[in-house]
Design a protein around this ligand. Structure first.
Ligand SMILES: NC(=O)c1ccc[n+]([C@@H]2O[C@H](COP(=O)([O-])OP(=O)(O)OC[C@H]3O[C@@H](n4cnc5c(N)ncnc54)[C@H](O)[C@@H]3O)[C@@H](O)[C@H]2O)c1
Length: 284
């Protein structure tokens, strides 16, 4: 059983990961670059943990003191030295991810597995930044993490069977099932879903339909739970843009060319739910 988990990056996914870990009674070390981001993440974690039992009775009612006792916040990667498992959630940008892995490799225990929460970046490439490529595995958690029963798990080219087994055991502790696939940029989920989200943005830019109409067609005609533009807003339009860049560069295929409207919205700070405005407006 894993006891102490390191979470690198306290943004949308890191915060969501911490909520799920705390709800399952796991000690969590949350790392980000600023105290400000860590404070913001803690406030969100406390609020989500408080509401979780109202949404699903399987979650325990936890006091603020109990949550704070499980959650350690830090700006130092060195504080992950005694963690049993790491899940990295920094932005989808190789220039940011690579130095993290170089450092994690130095500070973490030799046996510690690195779970890469990436939307698209090849797990084999991440593994190559470490001296333990066999212990690097993709763990594509989705938002909101604590409400999702399954995780797309990506086996890098030389990820070991032992690492796959450890990832499954870690997910089992969080009551989640692993859907294990092989490594290639974008894996299954985002190689397909980013085509939907990007094309939906083109449809809006071309004046064919409003965001609501696009999403309604997916929800009311295809019976999807969410439309592609609501999904893009939930993920974060900046993250969607970064992922499209990775897909485009890797496959050199124009089908992944990013819609200019999406770029313009990100330049304007309209990043979706996290910024209060994207294809829809949100009250913060
Ligand atoms: N948003 C989603 O729905 C979603 C879903 C699955 C996977 N992902 C992937 O998860 C990763 C994180 O995405 P996100 O949406 O949480 O991004 P985000 O921008 O919301 O959060 C990233 C966090 O990482 C922090 N950070 C940056 N550099 C750091 C460093 N050197 N050390 C520690 N922290 C650092 C930032 O301050 C920020 O708080 C990305 O690779 C993304 O593609 C995102």
């Amino acid at each position: 059983m894993f006891q102490k988990i390191g979470i690198v990056g306290a943004g949308t996914m890191g915060t969501g990961m911490a909520v799920d870990l705390v709800l399952h009674g796991l000690e969590t070390v949350l790392v980000d670059v600023t105290e400000e981001q860590l404070q913001k993440a803690e406030a969100e974690i406390l609020q989500t943990v408080r509401f979780a039992p109202l949404l699903n009775k399987k979650y325990p009612k936890m006091s603020m003191e109990k949550v704070q006792a499980l959650l350690h916040k830090t700006t130092h990667l060195e504080d992950l030295a005694d963690c049993d498992y790491i899940v990295e959630n920094v932005p989808e940008n190789w220039l940011i991810k690579e130095p993290i892995y170089l450092r994690l490799d130095e500070v973490c225990k030799e046996e510690t597995v690195f779970g890469v929460n990436t939307s698209c970046i090849s797990i084999t490439k991440v593994g190559s930044a470490t001296k333990r490529p066999d212990k690097v595995i993709g763990m594509h958690f989705m938002n909101p993490v604590y409400m999702k029963p399954s995780v797309e798990v990506i086996r890098g080219h030389i990820t070991s069977e032992d690492t796959v087994a450890k990832a499954e055991a870690f997910l089992a502790q969080l009551d989640k099932e692993a859907i294990i696939v092989n490594d290639q940029t974008g894996f299954v989920s985002n190689r397909i879903s980013h085509l939907f989200m990007n094309e939906a943005a083109w449809v809006v830019m071309d004046g064919v339909a409003t965001p609501k109409q696009v999403d309604d067609i997916f929800k009311k005609c295809f019976s999807h739970k969410m439309g592609p533009l609501e999904t893009a807003d939930l993920i974060g339009l900046d993250t969607v843009l970064d992922s499209l860049k990775v897909l485009y560069e890797e496959y050199q295929d124009p089908k992944f060319r990013c819609c200019p409207l999406l770029k313009k919205m990100v330049d304007a700070g309209e990043c979706g739910q996290k910024s209060g405005k994207g294809f829809y407006t949100y009250s913060k």
